[in-house]
Write a protein that binds this ligand. Structure first.
Ligand code: PEP
Ligand code: MN
Length: 342
């Protein structure tokens, strides 16, 4: 439930209210506004009696049932758009970021080359999988911890924060010790043990939408991370399964405005995994941005033909550079800002 306090509530009454919320078995999440403060009391659906009990306490103006199953992700509990801040830029509320890099970290030379040109052409974050969730157990599984070390080296040299996937709860602590952002992939988007562990890591989480997830289910997955006390979640639409075979998945562009109407969290798109083919990546990126995305995560490889995973969809350096120029021209028309380093 949402408890709205009266404008002049005393400090003592406010503290007593927080104590009472906890005593009743709820967790308070305070959101301070200009004149009033909102307290999201997060827990089981409240009874009418309990709501009445809170209504009668000193300093309480209103008690409202939160209508959605997700609470912390909702605008009701968090009426301001969330902005996540990194060394190189921000995302959310008009700030736009580009995370780019290869599908997987393959070698020192490959990741350093990619990191250098991602930075040179204006990207703000480096991506690269060290633990790869592959459909086939015989396909390249990633370099593991060695890949994490190489990502850290690339960050050291370029200053780009790194985002990399974590595929199981036991790997969260090692991945979090190297990465700036933990990626949870489409195939693990409803791995609740992993969502909780990532939530408890203290690192921002980039959460991909599962290929068969509804948007409500996606928001409930984010709620798992948020409910561990981690407010830094980026939602990524990366294409869903449909009957259409000409692209690898179908980018659900409408997910962007729908999610933004339901949540304060930044919403990004991943045009690479949706497209599956290099030629379609840039149009999908531009479409997602035009629909209101706060960022994109895109695959690019110094030599895509030789990539050990997702070879067909990774942009060349030249394609990436050209896309960045188009994005920089598009953003002002959408009243969005990007931290331009090139
Ligand atoms: C990836 O980003 O490398 C990846 C595997 O993406 P997804 O989980 O969206 O398939
Ligand atoms: Mn990939």
């Amino acid at each position: 439930m949402l408890i709205v306090t009266k404008p002049g509530i005393s400090k003592e009454a406010f503290e007593a209210l927080l104590e009472e919320i906890k005593k009743q078995g709820y967790t308070p999440h305070v959101s301070k506004g200009e004149s009033r403060t909102l307290i999201g009391a997060i827990g089981a659906p409240p009874t009418a009696e309990l709501m009445e009990h809170f209504r009668a306490l000193p300093g309480v103006e209103q008690v409202i049932r939160i209508s959605k199953p997700y609470k912390l992700a909702s605008w009701e509990v968090h009426p301001e758009p969330s902005v996540l801040e990194f060394a190189t830029g921000k995302t959310g509320n008009g700030y736009f970021m580009v995370a780019a890099g290869p599908c997987g970290v393959e070698s020192r030379e490959q990741i350093l080359t990619a990191a250098r040109y991602v930075k040179q052409h204006g990207g703000q974050m480096l991506r690269g999988g060290a633990f790869k969730p592959r459909t086939s157990p015989y396909a390249f599984q990633g370099l593991g911890v060695k890949g994490l070390e190489l990502l850290a080296e690339a960050r050291e040299e370029t200053g780009l924060p790194v985002v990399t996937e974590v595929t199981s709860p036991d790997l969260v602590s090692v991945v979090a010790s190297y990465a700036d952002v933990l990626q949870i992939g489409a195939r693990n988007a409803q791995n609740f043990a992993l969502l909780k562990a990532a939530g408890g890591s203290g690192k921002p989480v980039l959460l991909k939408r599962g290929m068969s997830m509804t948007l409500d289910e996606f928001l409930m997955a984010a709620e798992y991370v948020l409910s561990e006390g981690n407010p830094n979640v980026i939602l990524v639409e990366r294409g869903i399964r449909t009957f259409e075979k000409s692209t690898r998945f179908t980018l659900d562009v409408s997910a962007v405005p729908v999610l933004k109407s339901q949540t304060h969290l930044p919403v990004w798109i991943d045009p690479s995994h949706a497209a599956g083919k290099r030629d379609y990546v840039v149009p999908l990126a531009l479409a997602g941005i035009a629909a209101g995305a706060d960022g994109i995560i895109v695959e690019t490889h110094p030599n895509p033909e030789e990539a050990k995973s997702d070879a067909a969809q990774q942009l060349t350096e030249d394609e990436f550079a050209a896309m960045m120029q188009r994005i920089k021209r598009l953003l002002p028309a959408l009243d969005k800002e990007i931290a331009i380093s090139a």
